[in-house]
Design a protein around this ligand. Structure first.
Ligand SMILES: [Zn+2]
Ligand SMILES: [Zn+2]
Length: 450
């Protein structure tokens, strides 16, 4: 999902949204171009009159304006612990597609917050307002509810890659903007390891000419390297990246869960070999990505566990190289996306750890700053940004908690040194007569009581 978070907290209640329900709205604005982007911009600019909502959806995309934890103004104080989803009804949009996309968004939220059908509300349930009006008029509420049942509406899933989870999706602790899950091979640096289809489906896109280290995008905007995209019978999509597809695999081929798709390679922009796996709620929409953990959990599969093959393996034409080159395997860094390293470098710099210029590269300065961070937290000092290091992101959380104690209550304690934290730190610095650079250096931290 695209994120365009509102920086101001003027239009939300204080406190943390308990996410006990989801409320469906429609914008009631049928003007042309009154789409999700226009509504997100309206919220960003502070132009929405006395109202706020978490997510807006049209026929093209869903855009998040507030984290789930924000208490938005969308159906009165009674609905402050509800997540608000607005469906756009602009005349130049396709309402039916927006309706289905909104159902996918609600379905993912249900999985994320463990909510059953009864927790899905209409705006009308809170206040009696005729909203979502178009859906109500057409009598499509039950249809909408049924589309929100169950993430990955499939019967079989197979672990796609043997190895270990090194980076989660942005929604569950991975870096913001990380649209998939990274699974590194059992031994760092291994290539030529088999990748299997997690779900049955149809091959939609194949890319096999990417260069090692190349940054050109391939089967989806922003993704680099070889790989493929498969659509599932329920309309979802699965993307496999940094994988050399089998020579025999072509667009239109049907695959079963567990079929061999190819072998992991060094193509694209990656610092150490891994499978970058993406799950999309709509295979046509690269921004409909959701956290693959939802599917792994639903099927009781541990990411990186040994795949259960079907035997329906397509014959291999080019023989894989089972033995990786023994020379100097690079340790896995856990992350692979430029944006990840920029976020890590910014956060480490903010902690005074001198990670260097945030250029999206895991260079020596970033590595030594990561090592210093690991040393501070009693972790293995390997300079790799794996799952353990990520969960120890306590320092940013401590800064956010301390800011909350100072009265900056309108932000999530998420361990991410994002725009909201920076703004709050700036305000705090202004108040305490410090340089207002938004960086929580040692002086600021001391003043915060850390
Ligand atoms: Zn409404
Ligand atoms: Zn990745």
């Amino acid at each position: 999902m695209k994120e365009q978070l509102v920086k101001s907290t003027d239009m939300i209640y204080d406190g943390i949204n308990k996410c006990t329900s989801i409320t469906v709205h429609e914008t009631a604005n049928e003007k042309i171009r009154a789409n999700a982007q226009a509504h997100a911009n309206l919220q960003s600019s502070g132009g929405a009159r006395q109202a706020s909502w978490h997510i807006q959806v049209d026929d093209v995309q869903a855009i998040r304006s507030y984290p789930d934890t924000a208490k938005c103004w969308h159906a009165g104080p009674a609905a402050a612990d509800s997540i608000a989803v607005e469906i756009c009804v602009n005349a130049d949009g396709d309402y039916d597609t927006a309706f289905k996309r909104a159902a996918q968004v609600v379905r993912d939220l249900r999985e994320k917050h463990n909510l059953n059908r009864s927790a899905i509300k209409q705006h009308a349930d809170w206040s009696g307002k005729d909203c979502p009006a178009k859906m109500r008029l057409a009598g499509r509420w039950q249809e909408f509810l049924s589309l929100t049942d169950g993430a990955v509406n499939m019967s079989t899933m197979v672990s796609p890659f043997d190895g270990r989870l090194t980076q989660n999706h942005g929604d569950s602790g991975g870096y913001r903007g990380h649209k998939g899950m990274d699974i590194a091979p059992p031994k760092p640096g291994q290539t030529g390891m088999p990748v299997y289809a997690a779900f049955a489906g149809t091959v939609r896109k194949i890319h096999r000419t990417a260069k090692n280290g190349g940054k050109t995008s391939t089967w989806a905007p922003g993704r680099t390297g070889n790989g493929g995209l498969i659509s599932n019978p329920d309309g979802e999509g699965n993307g496999y990246n940094h994988m050399k597809p089998l020579a025999s695999l072509k667009v239109g081929d049907k695959v079963e869960a567990g079929d061999l798709l190819g072998y992991n390679d060094k193509s694209g922009n990656q610092t150490a070999p891994h499978l970058h796996l993406e799950f999309w709620a709509d295979w046509r929409n690269p921004n409909s990505d959701y956290d693959p953990q939802l599917a792994f959990k639903k099927f009781g599969i541990k990411p990186g566990s040994a795949p259960a093959k079907t035997g329906n393996v397509t014959p291999v034409q080019s023989k894989p190289k089972p033995k990786p080159k023994p020379s100097a395997p690079k340790p896995s860094t856990g992350g692979n996306d430029k944006g990840d390293y920029i976020a890590i470098a910014k956060a480490l710099n903010a902690m005074g750890l001198k990670a260097g210029y945030p250029d999206g590269v895991n260079g020596p300065m970033l590595k030594s700053a990561t090592k210093a961070f690991q040393k501070q937290h009693g972790l293995v000092q390997d300079g790799n940004w794996g799952a353990v290091t990520q969960t120890k992101f306590e320092e940013v959380k401590a800064i956010q908690r301390a800011l909350q104690k100072q009265g900056y209550t309108k932000q999530g304690v998420d361990g991410y040194y994002g725009a909201q934290t920076t703004e709050n730190v700036k305000d705090f610095q202004r108040r305490t007569g410090l340089v207002q650079d938004g960086k929580a250096g040692s002086i600021t931290q001391k003043k915060l009581g850390l």
